[in-house]
Design a protein around this ligand. Structure first.
Ligand code: CTP
Length: 397
């Protein structure tokens, strides 16, 4: 995965810097081209000559003290991926604020590639609200935070804050530039079936379990995306998933339309009611009052609202059909989506409540691609990889 790829190894000033030498060696062993950059403080822990001897080229040590006119931009533009290992609290703070005062922070600022940050610090520093803020900012910026682990720390202490082992960091660096990676992406997913109130205790609902939408959200989060999951069911726990609970089609429309302009792709997997009681009763309808008449009115078409947005995200719709694909093919052309995922809910192993799904991808030009029966988790992972393949966010990595 890393063979022939350009890796910038950035070393900041913690005792774990000695392990960066081994990480450089491991990166070279798997075929990566490695260049290094060091802060002043890191040289208290690791000699530049060590990195030069291992990689064959001298580390960048500062912004001004070498022959290169602009070492940080040269390095930032050369990099396919940057790994900051170890990343001290101070370095993370500079990365989070864009304060390019040293060779590492300037190189990261001058790059467009994925950045993997491997924190190493004492537990108190890692758990401090200031560090937590910086970590949240870095995640929001699309950085991959690798670790830390629990174990021996500097000065004989023990606890959370130890840098991950170089081999673990290597795996994460490889994952960050793998073809399905979504680091830096923002994704919106809708899931579950909406509930339309008849009165305060009754509603019109549908059979959707939310499993397909949840699987898509989880797959995107595991691929590194920041996910907004607008849902009527419980969301999977993942730190990259921001859960927005809704109930009705109108709630879902409001939440989806608010989030859609900020995301790179929207996958609308929810089963949205097409009709709702026009005039839901304020109090509970009583049996003694006789048979109620429930008049219906249309709900907003959420998908159509997103499709009509200027600068809309890459848009994936779902179509639950029964029988032939003809209707779904026509829907893919009519709905203004980039991709429609159709499934026949009447088939065994497909549709509501099952853990498997058999779907067909349809593009607006009418092209279809049928997938075999897969677990919903696999459909989610493959769909996310398809979205990455079919759509790269403008100006992104
Ligand atoms: N959808 C939506 N808003 C609605 C209804 C549906 O955004 N009020 C979305 C669903 O989330 C799904 C897609 O539209 O991604 C297709 O849903 P479907 O019910 O098949 O579409 P309809 O236009 O309602 O199709 P039909 O003509 O079969 O009623």
């Amino acid at each position: 995965m890393l063979a022939g790829r350009h890796v910038v190894l950035a070393v900041s000033g913690g005792v774990a810097a000695y392990k960066a030498a081994y990480l450089a060696r491991r990166l070279l062993e798997v075929g990566a081209e490695v260049r290094t950059v060091m802060t002043d403080a890191s040289r208290q822990f690791l000699g530049p000559q060590t990195l030069a001897a291992i990689t064959g080229s001298a580390p960048v040590l500062g912004l001004f003290d070498q022959e290169e006119v602009s070492p940080h931009t040269t390095l930032g533009q050369w990099a396919d991926v940057i790994v900051v290992a170890p990343a001290t609290a101070a370095t993370m703070s500079r990365l989070a604020t864009g304060l390019s005062v040293d060779a590492i922070s300037a190189t990261v600022l001058a790059s467009r590639c994925p950045v993997v940050v491997a924190p190493a610090m004492h537990t108190e520093m890692w758990e401090h609200p200031a560090t937590a803020r910086n970590v949240a900012t870095l995640i929001g910026d699309g950085c991959v935070i690798a670790g830390p682990a629990t174990g021996a720390l500097a000065g004989g202490d023990e606890g959370l804050g130890r840098m991950l082992d170089p081999d673990e960091i290597l795996e994460i660096v490889a994952g960050a530039i793998s073809p399905g990676a979504m680091y830096g992406w923002k994704i919106l997913v809708s899931a579950g079936g909406t509930r339309e109130a008849i009165d305060p205790v009754r509603y019109i609902g549908n059979r959707s379990s939310g499993k397909m939408g949840n699987a898509i959200a989880l797959a995107a989060a595991e691929a590194g995306a920041q996910v907004t999951l607008v849902t009527t069911v419980a969301a999977p726990a993942h730190r990259n998933i921001d859960e927005v609970q809704v109930e009705s089609a109108q709630d879902m429309a409001d939440a989806v339309w608010k989030a859609a302009p900020q995301v790179d792709a929207a996958v609308l997997a929810a089963a949205v009611a097409d009709f709702r009681p026009a005039d839901p009763a304020v109090g509970k309808l009583r049996r003694a009052e006789g048979l109620p008449q429930v008049h219906l009115e249309p709900t907003p078409d959420i998908l159509a609202g997103v499709a009509a947005m200027v600068d809309r995200p890459y848009l994936v719709g779902f179509a639950a059909e029964v029988g032939s694909l003809e209707v779904a093919i026509e829907k893919a052309q009519r709905k203004g989506v980039d991709l429609l995922v159709a499934n026949d809910v009447a088939r065994t192993g497909s549709g509501f409540g099952t853990d498997t799904n058999e779907v067909t991808l349809i593009t607006p030009d009418g092209a279809t691609e049928a997938w075999e029966l897969l677990s919903k988790a696999e459909v989610g992972t493959r769909l996310i990889a398809e979205i990455v393949r079919r759509h790269q966010p403008a100006g992104e990595r």
